[in-house]
Write a protein that binds this ligand. Structure first.
Ligand SMILES: Cc1cc2nc3c(=O)[nH]c(=O)nc-3n(C[C@H](O)[C@H](O)[C@H](O)COP(=O)(O)OP(=O)(O)OC[C@H]3O[C@@H](n4cnc5c(N)ncnc54)[C@H](O)[C@@H]3O)c2cc1C
Length: 400
């Protein structure tokens, strides 16, 4: 006989842990299945930026692309409010600091981008102010003299990606969820009583055995494996995988209280609570693929030296004091965006009782994604219009 759960969460990243925690708090019997270890992939590899302004990748392709990306703002505003109370609710530190974020500009073109961006963001309800050079002298004296203006969002900041998902996972267990690592979902079949699921459990010696469970609802919280998981449930969930570069420096005396990004370059930069500086912002790394070009997400991806150097250059150009600070480690993380850059959130078309969320800055958006999904599972009408993020928008025959 299969064990019966109300909710099966597939994936032990931040989203999966948050979803398991919230569903268990709702009183559901919850199983979280993670094929590796909790926080082993994107949720533990990322920059920990809490982005509520549009990012460079959303403004670099012009105003129309930025307008589309801004449609995710209701989720960002929701996430901003949720991050502000998450540590209290979880009862552990997640390294959250919402001490403001700056998007900086060095020339007239970039200032134009900031002005357009701020107006667009304000139209969606995000409070963004443009600071001139004189104000930056007071607010962010660590910035290069070449920076002439910046957009400031007081809500932005950071959390610590090394500790956030494990802490939430512990809260999920305390709320009654069962968390099973080394448990890969390999098959799913829909029956009258829900989904019959096969998990492949691998023990420490590498021996595998099958465990069968039945679940009323399934949440795909699988990051770059979302498309693959969609196929198991007979659904098309198109995502674009990205391998990205991160670098951490040695410790420096407290210097940078803000999250810093750039209007004309790939850069995100922040000082962690341990005083190291995390440098990222979307510089590509080499995603491993098989002979047919299919991504191989379970392999180790490779740094591209030019990306590491370019990212460091962007950081030093923006914050010159970093010139004298040694980098101690660079690494690659993999993540996913949807083809139109908007997140994918909601019920999975053609797979009753299956829900998904992924895409974009899903560390920032994790709390909002999890709240929305557990609301749908619990039968609560969403308080955010989910239509722009519907997974079905990519299904054959759907109209944009
Ligand atoms: C270098 C880098 C920097 C980034 N910086 C930021 C940032 O600063 N701010 C931000 O908001 N976002 C950032 N992101 C994006 C962010 O990290 C991800 O969007 C987010 O962590 C995704 O979380 P997740 O829980 O959905 O997925 P993951 O953390 O990837 O977790 C998915 C889990 O699903 C498991 N899984 C997959 N298939 C199966 C299966 N069949 N059975 C069981 N388990 C399975 C995987 O093993 C994995 O642990 C960054 C990403 C990268 C790579």
């Amino acid at each position: 006989m299969s064990e019966r759960y109300d909710v099966l969460v597939v994936g032990g990243g931040l989203l999966g842990c948050l979803t398991a925690w919230m569903a268990a708090r709702d009183g559901a019997r919850v199983l979280l299945a993670e094929k590796d270890q909790v926080n082993q992939h994107a949720s533990g590899q990322n920059a920990g930026s809490l982005h509520f302004q549009l990012e460079y990748r959303m403004v670099e392709d012009g105003e129309e692309a930025a307008r589309v990306a801004a449609e995710a703002m209701p989720l960002h505003l929701d996430a901003a409010a949720m991050w502000a109370r998450l540590e209290d609710e979880i009862g552990e530190s997640l390294g959250v600091r919402q001490t403001g974020g700056l998007m900086v500009a060095e020339n007239a073109d970039q200032v134009g981008t900031l002005e357009f961006k701020a107006e667009l963001e304000r139209s969606w309800g995000l409070d963004v102010r443009t600071l001139d050079r004189a104000e930056l002298d007071t607010v962010a004296p660590y910035l290069s003299r070449d920076i002439v203006a910046a957009n400031l969002s007081a809500l932005e900041g950071k959390a610590d990606a090394r500790i956030a998902a494990p802490a939430v996972g512990r809260a999920a267990v305390a709320a009654g969820a069962e968390v099973c690592t080394r448990s890969r979902l390999t098959a799913a079949e829909h029956g009258t009583a829900g989904w019959d699921i096969t998990l492949q459990i691998t023990d420490r010696t590498g021996r595998a055995r099958a465990r069968r469970v039945r679940a009323g609802a399934v949440v795909i919280a699988a990051g770059v494996w979302t498309t693959e998981l969609g196929q198991v449930f007979g659904a098309e969930l198109p995502t674009v995988p990205l391998a990205l570069t991160m670098t951490v420096t040695s410790k420096v005396p407290a210097l940078i209280p803000h999250l810093v990004q750039h209007a004309g370059a790939r850069l995100s930069l922040k000082q962690s609570l341990d005083n190291t500086v995390l440098i990222g912002g979307g510089w590509p790394a080499r995603l491993m693929r098989d002979a047919d070009g299919a991504p191989q997400f379970d392999r180790k991806h490779q740094l591209i030296p030019q990306s590491v150097a370019g990212n460091a250059r962007a950081a030093v150009t923006t914050v010159p004091a970093l010139d004298r600070v040694p980098a101690v480690r660079s690494w690659v993380g993999t993540t996913t965006v949807a083809p139109d850059q908007l997140p994918l959130v909601g019920a999975v078309n053609g797979a009753p009782g299956v829900f998904v969320a992924t895409g974009g800055s899903a560390f920032t958006l994790g709390p909002s994604f999890a709240r929305v999904l557990t609301g749908l599972i619990g039968g609560r009408p969403p308080d955010i219009d989910l239509a722009p993020y519907a997974p079905a928008r990519f299904a054959e025959g759907s109209t944009p």
